[in-house]
Design a protein around this ligand. Structure first.
Ligand code: FDP
Length: 334
């Protein structure tokens, strides 16, 4: 029998769930986190399905509503949000969740839950109508296990995991606290397989800069000066969806940035707090970057992971990527 198997020609890849099971058991952890991750994977697969068939089914347009951030709500945003809330609720493991698409914090299982989940179910709005890459980003924090839980909003340094699915590309990247950042690819059965540890390359030969060049003159003078002094050293890439852009940064090194907008010709369009949201965008990629040996700072040069959110939809400027490059930029912000 054993012999037969050896010659059957079936090749096995390690699945994400098996990888996680081994991780949890090695660290003497419960299986609750597996149940939570199963919910997030189910949500991502469901969203992926809707996204792939979105153009055919007419799901890639606007709903006509405007969200709490003042942005047009797309049909896919709503679909992705509903899907994610459903799976997180039914996992029974979540105390409350924060979603980019829900104005209020979403209560789930306050007594029996163990985790807080902060997510953006479909990030990269400008790519949606084209069916181009978007992201599903999430951060996970755990309840206080040694005393009463007050449900406060957690800073990135208190996340136990953070990850992103690039949709419809079919890649999944997750950072696990003090255990590195790992990338998985989807196989023909729609299973995430083949854990590959991601470490930011030290050699700058492939480093890339990624930011919206059209905003350049609206950045602070210090930032414009840094760009002018450094841009020729690196290639430039911008896909317009954080997960997709950061996917490249993590593999090739360099820096993704979304600086504060402070010099817009129309002052009403300034965004001194930055554009990206702290809890489910900036802190998520900062967490992964840190686990890959990188760094992330805000407009003051302060570490993103240290920022304690005052509001669940709080924004932040973001500079994330290779440590020496982010530190160099941070120095110029002082
Ligand atoms: P979008 O507004 O298109 O949903 O979440 C914000 C975000 O996407 C990021 O994914 C992306 O990196 C950035 O904003 C793109 O913004 P610009 O269109 O201003 O470049």
């Amino acid at each position: 029998m054993e012999e037969d198997r050896k010659h059957s020609g079936v090749a096995f890849e390690q699945t994400f769930m098996n990888f996680l099971l081994q991780h949890q058991e090695k660290h003497n952890r419960t299986h609750d986190f597996l149940i939570l991750m199963d919910a997030l994977i189910s949500a991502a697969q469901h969203i992926q399905h809707y996204y792939l068939t979105g153009a055919l089914k007419g799901n890639l347009g606007l709903t006509g509503a405007v969200n709490v951030q003042g942005e047009d709500v797309m049909q896919m945003d709503q679909i992705a949000n509903e899907i994610t809330i459903h799976y997180l609720k039914t996992s029974g493991r979540v105390i409350h969740a924060v979603s980019e698409e829900s104005d209020e914090i979403i209560p789930m299982n306050p007594e029996g839950g163990r985790y807080f989940v902060y997510f953006d179910p479909l990030d990269g709005a400008s790519n949606v109508s084209h069916g181009l890459p978007v992201g599903f980003l999430f951060g996970v924090a755990r309840r206080n296990l040694t005393g009463p839980e007050d449900g406060r909003l957690r800073a990135g340094k208190d996340y136990i995991a953070a990850g992103m699915f690039v949709i419809p590309t079919g890649t999944f990247t997750i950072g696990l606290k003090d255990a590195g950042v790992w990338r998985f690819h989807v196989d023909e059965t729609n299973t995430f397989v083949r854990p590959t540890r991601m470490v930011l390359p030290e050699d700058p030969k492939d480093w890339e800069l990624s930011f919206n060049e059209a905003n350049r003159r609206t950045f602070a003078e210090k930032v414009q000066k840094w760009i002018a002094e450094n841009e020729e050293k690196y290639a430039f890439r911008y896909l317009g969806a954080l997960a997709a852009d950061f996917h490249r940064t993590l593999a090739n090194g360099g820096m993704f940035m979304y600086p504060a907008i402070v010099n817009h010709p129309n002052p009403k369009k300034n965004r001194p707090q930055g554009k990206l949201r702290l809890m489910y965008e900036a802190a998520v990629v900062a967490f992964m970057c840190h686990e890959a040996g990188g760094a992330a700072v805000n407009e003051k040069g302060a570490p993103i992971l240290e920022i304690v959110p005052e509001h669940h939809h709080q924004r932040s400027a973001l500079y994330v990527g290779s440590k020496s490059l982010v530190e160099d930029l941070a120095r110029s912000l002082q």
